[in-house]
Design a protein around this ligand. Structure first.
Ligand code: B12
Ligand code: SF4
Length: 472
């Protein structure tokens, strides 16, 4: 059987410099399907697009494929639906299966464009579905034992390759664990992978590192959401990595608590961990509480300090727009980001990922004012903030990047160029939130930047961006 697995491209990619990092769902499942004897091709649209909407043309392999699988997050789901609809229009008999973070949260929405939808992890159900033994419309995956997950076959990824002995992909994608014991309200990881942390045995992770190393990779990104959630097991792996003494640097996501274990910090450095991506989120205690973030401002300060003093690079990730956030608290968070010692920083506007507690809350309170998934990427305001207007919040995001990256000339340039391009692409959006903010003020819903009612009660506020916005 011929199988095409697709990761659709996002409408706008602010993370263009990381575009080569694929979502691993298609690669894990593709590897299993290949091992079962099927011909599999995995497409990441930012490398090889599969559909040209201007002339309604599909990639030739999609015409040959017996089954097409699509993976998507909120930000890429509209494109997934567009591709699925084009395939169904041109080849009505072709089977389309969807999975991934967004379809798992809203399977009924996805089913309008697919024959089957997989909710949750796919490894335990993939063969039954693709080989036709399970024909349920919605199939519920079960949590996998990480030791049974195969080493992904990167050769399946179309456009990936080794040219002149050089790999055209900078970071080897490796996932050693799934799940996170915490429960931050904006994060969909616990819904998808559960709060039980499951990590591969250190020997198996080492085997994967060695596989990538022998392929020529000298850098890796571990896709784990909370890399050192189990300090004991992490240390066993780090010990092996240190002993192997490879010319191999790597990065991953960590929580602030990692810095409390001095031995672990030293081992991270010795194991050539380059950058720790830390979910700092905010320096406003009220916002941390709103987010159900399991750390304090004091812990954040100490953690970043310890890591930086140990010679490790910190990439701090912040979220602005909590109910407890005001202009002043956001300014303090931005100021902290600058003084913290973090080498790089990332700022997002709080947005409700389907399936999260935040999404449920915002739906219930009727505070979602943009329903178009294209804007669900953290760089757009889509929910009504409580103590700041949507327009001001949007401007604060731009300001945050400008202020953080103002000290080094290259970064200064990159952030200016980045947001100049962002503004051009988002002209319609910016016009809309200006209009929307004015409307809120006029209706008395927002007074002096503060939300005065418990949520939006009016139906007169458009939930999708209108094609033309008349200035009043
Ligand atoms: C690596 C990563 C990135 C990378 C690369 C991402 C990319 N190519 O899109 C970088 C750093 C660039 C990135 C950027 C962003 N990311 Co990111 N990222 C991740 C991370 C950590 C790992 C992704 C991964 O490969 N997971 C492992 C695989 C195995 O999981 P999976 O894809 O869900 O697949 C399983 C099942 O879903 C299912 N399945 C999946 N696909 C299919 C298909 C079929 C046919 C079937 C049957 C089953 C199936 O089976 C798979 C195996 O069990 C996840 C968190 C996470 N743990 O998943 C966040 C995550 C995907 N990112 C997220 C977000 C929000 C973003 C950003 C918008 C940034 C931001 N503001 O937070 C940008 C947008 C990027 C874009 N594409 O435009 C959210 C997405 C939530 C959502 N529903 O929208 C996640 C879930 C984290 C979170 N906070 O909740 N990200
Ligand atoms: S944001 Fe990080 S710490 Fe919080 S639940 Fe998600 S993965 Fe865990």
């Amino acid at each position: 059987m011929k199988v095409a697995l697709i990761e659709p491209k996002p409408p706008i990619n602010v993370y263009f410099f990381l575009t080569k990092l694929p979502l691993l769902g298609n690669l894990f499942l593709g590897t299993m399907l290949k091992k079962a004897g099927h011909e599999v091709k995995v497409f990441k649209e930012e490398i090889i697009p599969v559909y040209n909407e201007k002339n309604d043309t599909l990639h030739p392999f999609l015409k040959e494929a017996d089954i097409v699988g699509l993976t998507a997050i909120a930000h890429t789901i509209n494109r997934a639906y567009q591709i699925a609809d084009a395939i169904k229009r041109q080849f009505p008999g072709k089977k389309i299966i969807m999975g991934g973070n967004h379809p798992s949260a809203l399977p009924n929405e996805a089913l309008q464009h697919a024959d089957q939808v997989v909710v949750g992890e796919g490894e335990n159900v993939v063969l039954d579905i693709f080989e036709g033994r399970n024909t349920d419309k919605i199939v519920y995956g079960t949590r996998v034992n990480m030791n049974n997950v195969p080493i992904i076959d990167l050769g399946l990824l179309q456009g990936y390759g080794i040219k002149k002995k050089k790999i055209n992909m900078k970071y080897a994608p490796i996932m050693a664990s799934r799940g996170c014991p915490h429960d931050c309200i904006f994060c969909s990881v616990t819904q998808m992978f559960g709060r039980k942390y499951r990590i591969k045995d250190a020997d198996l992770v080492m085997e994967e590192v060695m596989t990538r190393y022998s392929e020529g990779f000298r850098k890796a990104f571990f896709y784990d959401d909370n890399f050192a959630a189990n300090h004991v097991k992490t240390k066993i792996f780090l010990e092996k990595l240190i002993r192997a003494d490879l010319d191999f640097t790597w990065s991953s996501q960590f929580i602030t608590q990692v810095a409390k274990d001095k031995e672990l910090v030293t081992m991270l450095k010795r194991a050539k961990c380059a950058t720790l991506f830390i979910g700092v989120e905010s320096i406003n205690p009220g916002a941390l509480k709103d987010y159900n973030k399991n750390h304090t401002v004091q812990m954040v300060r100490e953690s970043v300090n310890t890591l930086v003093n140990a010679g490790l690079d910190v990439h701090s990730m912040f979220i602005i727009g909590a109910d407890s956030d005001t202009e002043a608290t956001i300014d303090k968070t931005i100021q902290f980001s600058k003084e913290s010692g973090s080498r790089t920083a990332q700022f997002s506007i709080l947005f409700p990922i389907p399936g999260t507690q935040l999404y449920k809350q915002m739906k219930e309170k009727n505070r979602i004012y943009i329903n178009d998934w294209n804007y669900y990427d953290g760089s757009h305001s889509v929910i009504l903030p409580k103590n700041i207007s949507p327009l001001k919040l949007q401007k604060k995001l731009i300001q945050a990047y400008r202020r953080f990256y103002s000290t080094r000339i290259l970064w200064w340039l990159a952030s200016r160029v980045g947001f100049f391009v962002w503004k051009i692409i988002n002209k319609k959006y910016m016009k809309y939130i200006r209009y929307f903010t004015r409307k809120l003020k006029k209706e008395g819903i927002v007074k002096d930047g503060i939300l005065t009612i418990k949520g939006l009660k009016t139906d007169s506020i458009p939930r999708v961006l209108p094609e033309t916005i008349t200035r009043k």
